[in-house]
Design a protein around this ligand. Structure first.
Ligand code: HEM
Ligand code: HEM
Length: 178
């Protein structure tokens, strides 16, 4: 059975964790109390991990363009192949569009944008109204990411339960079935 390379597997799971964390932090930040700077702390992690995701996506895209992924099992239909390919590329687009629109929306206030409290990251210099529009786009793209994730996980469960095939082992989880 062919697998993704070790580097691709580590990047996949590390980024899945960060993106799911950022979806939770983004959608739920209103419920975090403002007192004692708790919400600011959560959003500081959100923006810093979000900027890290841009760098990791570029790294991963570079890897992906230089290496072909392992071939899908031969019994995949043409429709399944197309769906998997479209969903994977849509993920790459969302993994860049989501953090860039987040970066753009930070122009709606004049607070410095910090990277894990270590250094200040420049903003784009947009006016506040445009930055607020990017806020709307960021929120909508958040839902697009949730939808893609649901499609991705449903597809994998379908293959695991109905086809009993080796998709998860391709991504480094479990042993392939004989
Ligand atoms: C937001 C989180 C996630 C993102 C952005 C994501 C993204 C991706 C992408 C882009 C690929 C294709 C890699 C390539 O060929 O370039 C992939 C493959 C895969 N992902 Fe995820 N993933 C996420 C979460 C998950 C989760 C939660 C699971 C487990 C249920 C999972 C299991 C897999 C598996 C098994 C493959 C390999 C499928 C194959 O063999 O083609 N992913 N993922
Ligand atoms: C893949 C990475 C990211 C994901 C998955 C993500 C997701 C989200 C989501 C779902 C929301 C909630 C939207 C709403 O309900 O209004 C949100 C809000 C926010 N995001 Fe992100 N984001 C990411 C990256 C970034 C980056 C890189 C920045 C800035 C550098 C950023 C800044 C913000 C800010 C400031 C808010 C709060 C908006 C508000 O108060 O209404 N995000 N994000």
């Amino acid at each position: 059975m062919s697998r993704y390379s070790k580097g691709a597997i580590i990047l996949h799971w590390l980024m899945a964790l960060m993106i799911i964390g950022n979806l939770l932090g983004g959608f739920l930040h209103d419920y975090v109390p403002k007192e004692g700077g708790q919400r600011a702390f959560v959003m500081g992690l959100h923006t810093s991990f979000g900027l890290t995701i841009i760098a990791l996506t570029l790294l991963r895209l570079g890897w992906r363009l230089a290496n072909s992924p392992p071939a899908l099992p031969h019994y995949f239909t043409a429709g399944e192949r197309l769906l998997a390919k479209a969903a994977h590329w849509a993920f790459y687009i969302a993994m860049l569009a989501l953090p860039f629109t987040g970066w753009a929306l930070t122009n709606r206030n004049d607070r410095p944008l910090m990277f894990f409290g270590l250094f200040e990251v420049p903003k784009f210099g947009l006016d506040k109204a445009t930055a607020r529009d990017f806020g709307e786009i960021h929120e909508n793209l958040g839902w697009v990411m949730v939808a893609l994730l649901a499609l991705h996980v449903i597809g994998i469960i379908k293959h695991l339960v109905m086809d009993r095939d080796n998709l998860l082992p391709r991504m480094g989880v479990g042993q392939p079935r004989g």
